[in-house]
Design a protein around this ligand. Structure first.
Ligand SMILES: Nc1ncnc2c1ncn2[C@@H]1O[C@H](COP(=O)(O)OP(=O)(O)O)[C@@H](O)[C@H]1O
Ligand SMILES: [Mg+2]
Length: 205
């Protein structure tokens, strides 16, 4: 698929990414720890007895840490997956079961991911919720990522699934903008969770 967008739209997305990434990297360690705890509490108000498996991420570049959330999931027997770069395309994500003893490795971005183990791969529809880090978001559920398009590619066909995970963006409140410039390939979120708010866009929640 060839995806084209006007140059000006792409440039403003790049400028926005730079500004928003600087904003979240400027947060103190204490602020980050409070954010991680608050997001964990928010998410646990959304989990139900039907929540069996959640995909998370390992924080990078000032993203909200999911350590408390993933630990609490393990305690409550909610299974956890983490993303890894697809070994063949390198442009999509796979999700693999993760426990505290899973062997990890650094990927080409220096982000830790589970060592590929085909028996531990979990498909999109096996997840109840996908927690995605955001660089920016708006109140309509639009998502700005780091610019690699990994989640957009991975989720390109998500709406065709009979059963699909809830798409939940995780961000600091300071990453909200009034209106995000959106491209045709951007996959919108069902819900955005910040330390201060839960924005619900979808009737599936
Ligand atoms: N479904 C897709 N198929 C092919 N390429 C895609 C797809 N989704 C996104 N991309 C490519 O990924 C690149 C980055 O996407 P973008 O939405 O800007 O990043 P991010 O979502 O990480 O903020 C774009 O240049 C786009 O061409
Ligand atoms: Mg995108």
């Amino acid at each position: 698929m060839t995806i084209n967008a006007p140059r000006s739209a792409l440039t403003s997305r790049q400028q926005l990414r730079k500004a928003l990434r600087e904003r979240r990297r400027a947060l103190s360690d204490t602020a980050q720890q409070h954010a991680a705890t608050a997001v964990c509490q928010q998410l646990f108000t959304m989990f139900t007895s039907q929540t069996r498996r959640v995909a998370g991420y390992l924080a990078n570049d000032g993203e909200i840490m999911l350590g408390p959330t993933l630990a609490a999931c393990h305690q409550q027997t909610i299974a956890v997956s983490l993303p890894l770069l697809h070994p063949f395309t390198g442009k999509h994500l796979l999700f693999q079961n993760y426990t505290p003893t899973t062997p990890m490795t650094a990927n080409r971005f220096g982000i830790h991911e589970p060592e590929l183990n085909s028996t531990q791969i979990r498909l999109l529809h096996e997840h109840d919720m996908l927690l995605m880090p955001l660089v920016g978001f708006d109140a309509r559920g639009n998502r700005l990522g780091m610019g690699g398009g990994f989640y957009d590619r991975t989720l390109a066909h998500v709406y065709r699934l009979k059963r699909r995970p809830l798409l939940v963006g995780i961000a600091h409140d300071c990453q909200q903008v009034d209106t995000l410039p959106v491209q045709s390939w951007d996959i919108p979120l069902d819900c955005i969770v910040t330390p201060g708010q839960i924005i619900t866009l979808s009737l599936n929640i």
